[in-house]
Design a protein around this ligand. Structure first.
Ligand code: NAD
Length: 372
């Protein structure tokens, strides 16, 4: 399993609030891999969000952006907090991550919803519905109604106002995200469900046509099905285990991935990946981050759950470095820590012990020590 240290360039951007606290625990896992010669990384650290604003007056400097573009992968914590809430829109910490996504052209957002056995009871759904759940939502991230033109609020002749947003997708935008979903399905259980509103939206019809064509041309081994977005929302809470990979537009993906997230119990457990287009040698821009924000209400208290950040590193191993075995090592260490009953406050049952951020990191490290 030893892979040596060279060649894997990793930029770590911890950000604000609980970002640095959870990142410290992910860094311990990275350092463990290095120390035990499981895998080596060239790790650089940079500032983003409010921390970057405080140091240089902008939430993401051009230098940090260039550094991100030159790295094999970015591990991102979280940004934002009340200290910066009064800043003009362009200087807000959140602009740092939005700029990274845009400039790195991260068009595919991967949001796994995995329920660890030890946490199945934390879900708002019945345990038997979610135990063993492992689905992946692939959300198109750079197109659709959030970016389409025309947009805005206009005043009509009678003085009343009208708000406009436009859902726009080109064939190539649909095709590239469909390919990401099909590639993922091949490494999972071989099924993709494309979700749209083709019954009422022409762009949804195009999504169906294009995904069908891509499947028939290049992915005949993958089973493709279609579902309307409203039905998908119902199915996610009725029988979520029917899904393997879901691929959908920016708007539907935004909503459905949050719905799927809650099946797993806590924001503190949810990793994500955002991928760009593959280059000639298969390399692609990639950013990995927990789904949660900077949680200012608990920042600096050493109580945040670092597992979403640690699991984001596991996703990086799998999707940027093709290191599935090592990714499983990390995921199994998380599984082991949870099975041993170790809980931060967000995933603890009432009247059970709650450990610190650092102690959760200790528990994961302990599992890794035992496994390697
Ligand atoms: P949040 O995700 O930061 O927090 C929501 C709730 O979940 C809070 O009660 C928080 O304490 C809890 N929580 C979140 N992560 C946790 C963890 N790892 N362990 C334990 N509890 C956890 O969302 P919010 O409160 O709406 O936003 C706070 C700030 O984060 C805002 O400035 C917002 O703009 C920013 N934000 C940033 C990102 C990002 O960096 N990608 C994403 C979402 C929100």
């Amino acid at each position: 399993m030893t892979r040596g240290g060279a060649g894997r360039k990793l930029l770590v951007l911890a950000g604000d609030g609980i970002g640095p606290e959870i990142m410290r625990q992910a860094m311990r896992v990275i350092e463990f891999f290095d120390r035990r010669r499981v895998a080596g990384f060239e790790v650089d650290e940079g500032l983003v969000g409010g921390a970057a604003y405080d140091a240089s007056g902008v939430p993401l400097t051009d230098e940090t952006l260039a550094h991100a573009l030159a790295s094999d992968a970015v591990l991102f914590g979280a940004v934002g907090g009340p200290k910066w809430d009064a800043l003009p829109f362009e200087l807000r910490p959140e602009r740092g991550i939005l700029r990274l996504r845009k400039e790195m052209d991260l068009f595919a957002n991967l949001r796994p919803a995995v329920v660890f056995d030890a946490l199945a009871e934390a879900s708002s759904l019945k345990t038997e519905l979610v135990a063993g759940l492992d689905l992946m939502i692939v959300r198109e991230l750079t197109g659709g109604i959030y970016f389409g033109a025309p947009r805005g609020v206009e005043t009509l002749a009678d003085g009343s106002r009208r708000g406009i947003n436009t859902e726009v997708y080109s064939e190539s935008e649909i095709e590239r995200v469909a390919r990401v979903a099909f590639d993922l399905a091949r490494k999972r259980r071989g099924r993709v469900c494309e979700v749209d509103k083709a019954n009422v939206m022409e762009s949804g019809g195009l999504w169906r046509e294009v995904t069908q064509r891509v499947c028939e041309t290049d992915y005949r081994d993958v089973e493709l099905s279609f579902m309307y977005a409203d039905n998908c929302a119902m199915q996610l809470v009725r029988n979520p285990k029917q899904f393997d990979v879901i691929v959908t537009s920016n708007l539907f993906g935004d909503i459905l991935s949050d719905c799927a997230a809650m099946l797993t119990g806590s924001l503190g457990m949810l990793p994500s990946a955002s991928l760009g287009a593959p280059g000639a040698a298969g390399e692609r821009n990639a950013l990995y981050e927990p789904v949660h924000g900077s949680a200012p209400d608990i920042a600096g208290k050493d109580v945040a759950n670092p597992l979403a950040c640690i699991l984001s590193f596991a996703m990086m191993l799998r999707y940027s470095f093709d290191m599935a075995e090592e990714a499983e090592l990390v995921e199994n260490a998380v599984r082991g820590a949870l099975a041993a009953g170790v809980r931060t406050g967000d995933i603890a049952q009432p009247n059970t012990a709650r450990v610190s951020t650092r102690a959760m990191g200790d528990a994961v490290l302990h599992e890794l020590e035992t496994a390697v």
